[in-house]
Write a protein that binds this ligand. Sequence first.
Ligand SMILES: *Cc1c(COP(=O)(O)O)cnc(C)c1O
Length: 392
Amino acid sequence: MENGQKSNVMKVYSRSPIEMKRGEGVYLYDKNNKKYLDFAAGIAVNSLGHGHPHLINALKKQMDEVIHVSNMYTFAGQEKMAKRLADISFADYVFFCSTGVESVETGLKMMRAYHDETGNANKYRVITIEGAFHGRSMATISASAKESCLKGYLPAMDGFDNVPFNDIEAVKNAICDDTAGILLEPVQGEGGIRVNSKEYLSEVRKICDENGLLLMFDEVQCGIGRLGKFFAYEYFGVVPDIISIAKGIGAGFPLGCCLATANACSGMKAGSHGSTFGGNPLAMAAGNAVLDIINQHEFLGHVQGISDFFRQELDALQNRHPEFIFDVRGLGLMLGVRVNTEIREFVGKLRENGLLTVPAGTDIVRILPPLTITKEDVKEAIDIFEKTIQES
Ligand SMILES: *Cc1c(COP(=O)(O)O)cnc(C)c1O
């Protein structure tokens, strides 16, 4: 913290001392009124940028009516959002919670409950993928099996078989009598913007069908318009049984959802699962407002168009600096740039120059802008990126 003050916030983040004060559109301003082009978007959360009037009005209106009621009661906003999500997806049912990790945890419990319900209580193991990130609960750090997330928290929970990325033989070999399902991110976020192939994902689907396994996609980061389709699975043309979403669906309001087919959630019975805050009126006001905007053909077309433009600009930047940029990767507005330098330091320099991004892996600059960005914003980002390369 500045002025040598002691912070009482638990030291689990290595955070920058910069204090962000307000947001407007694609910009954040710190307390000294320095302006930052926000291409991190709260790690894919601020899907509509900052201060979007439709979101703000929806929240204000709901706040005047009622902020919270318990899931003991029915209310219209929740019914409406569940129906909308079901109508636009493969899913029949939606469970509402407040975070990504809860939405993944719900899917993991659902897999066990499904096999228990269908007379195969022995099936509890879930195949997961190397490099995955599914959140910070005991189950999800065990699922992703990443050493850096597990350190200090051992032993990991039993029940996960972690296999190499995009490797179909490894998936086949990992299946045993006790396998319940497969959990994966169609595009890995924290793992460094790694994109699975369509062929791999459709093979995984086939393997699940042949072996009676449930397929779950973690779309917490790559869903909600980020790939230019509302859901990431639509981009790949592979339909899972369960998906977890969060981050962009609340556009800044904490909201997670777990969507499933009636079959996949047949084991989820009254009293068997729940969440105090999940899907409360304010969260549903935010979620419905996000659906109003992002689930529009025109809006998703904008994401696709701006993504193509961004990609061209990044490829051109790489051509101008091939010694510095090794790789440009990703889909939609979930882009990664592999750079020839210490990643945290470089992301810090970009920030000093007024561009916010997120580090991933050991050498990836992760770019997750609001979905509302324009070509001008992209050009500004490229200029700052280039200036920072020249200074490095
Ligand atoms: C961020 C993230 C999570 C965890 O979400 P939280 O809201 O932090 O619990 C899970 N899965 C993926 C793919 C994520 O990017």
